[in-house]
Design a protein around this ligand. Structure first.
Ligand code: NAD
Length: 282
């Protein structure tokens, strides 16, 4: 099943191959499932939010396989992979480990249960998804594992210590895998979105934000105002990045700027970022 032909150094297109997207009941995952389906891929989607998942499935006119699961459940991910393989009308070419959650609390005050929740879903969910689908892609001879990190996988941020830790971990895991896969036609791709207008902040376990605000709804409104990129635009950037052979996909001008400033000033970057954020709030 290998599709090794490359034109202009680009990998063979994955359009039309079966695509798997976790966390597809909302936000980036939903938009990506819709976009991949619109480009001819049968899609297999999962989420722990069954109602949202069914809404996504109903919005997709082509072949779709939907399963309620918790990505931090290793056995459930393995069973999902087996079921997708049995269902798939076309060979599996893409597995996007996208599901994620966050908690907003200082490191000093954070409850261990909240920190464990974030790391278990964001990091172990990605590891379980990778372990479930990588052997299938390797057996098929080509494809891509796409793991969603964040700009918080590029920089630390106050009240996001567990989230940042989980997203740095996703980056380290995926970059290591990328190097292991050199010489094969299976790729490991990291995605670093900036602010995307999704439900991520509304779905957060919220205690306090970086300004000292303890009103969750206030942060939800501020995030909706400041997050520059729509989920559809994020999905388009991920899809184009995968098709163009990118190994690291930055989403939005904020992500590009953060990537730059953390490399130019690896210790002092937050001084710059804080000033930009304060100016944006005025
Ligand atoms: N929105 C942003 O600004 C932003 C920025 C950087 C990174 N990200 C990352 O993008 C990814 C998608 O998030 P989003 O912004 O679309 O948020 P979202 O809350 O709209 O969507 C996340 C989806 O993941 C699902 N999910 C959460 N935990 C799960 C679990 N244990 N098992 C199965 N499904 C689970 C949720 O039910 C939801 O449908 C996440 O990994 C997030 O960390 C988002």
């Amino acid at each position: 099943m290998a599709q090794r032909t490359r034109r202009n150094g680009r990998p063979a297109s994955l359009n039309g191959r079966t695509a798997v997207v976790t966390g597809a009941a909302s936000g980036i995952g939903r938009a990506l499932a819709q976009r991949l389906a619109a480009h001819g891929s049968p899609v297999a989607i999962c989420d722990w939010d069954e109602d949202g998942l069914q809404e996504t499935a109903a919005s997709i006119p082509g072949p779709v396989f939907a399963r309620k699961l918790d990505v931090s459940d290793r056995q459930a991910q393995l069973q999902f992979a087996a079921a997708v393989q049995e269902w798939a009308p076309a060979p599996i070419g893409l597995a996007v480990n996208n599901a994620g959650v966050t908690v907003s609390q200082t490191a000093a005050e954070a409850a261990v249960e909240d920190d464990e929740w974030v790391v278990t879903v964001n990091f172990w969910g990605v590891v379980h998804g990778t372990r479930a689908f990588l052997p299938i892609l390797l057996a098929n001879g080509s494809g891509a594992i796409v793991n969603v990190s964040s700009v918080f996988g590029l920089m630390g941020f106050p009240t996001q210590s567990a989230y940042c830790a989980s997203k740095f971990a996703v980056r380290g895991y995926t970059e290591s895998l990328r190097h292991e896969l050199r010489g094969s036609d299976v790729r490991a791709i990291t995605v670093h979105p900036g602010g995307i207008r999704t439900n991520i902040v509304r779905n957060a376990r919220f205690h306090v934000d970086d300004t000292g605000n303890t009103d969750h709804e206030k942060l939800v409104q501020e995030f909706a105002k400041n997050a520059r990129t729509s989920p559809a635009k994020a999905a388009k950037t991920i899809h184009a990045g995968v098709e163009n052979g990118k190994q690291r996909i930055l989403i939005g001008p904020d992500a590009v700027a953060i990537s730059l400033v953390t490399r130019i000033a690896p210790v002092r970057y937050f001084d710059v970022i804080e000033r930009v954020m304060a100016a944006a709030r005025r």
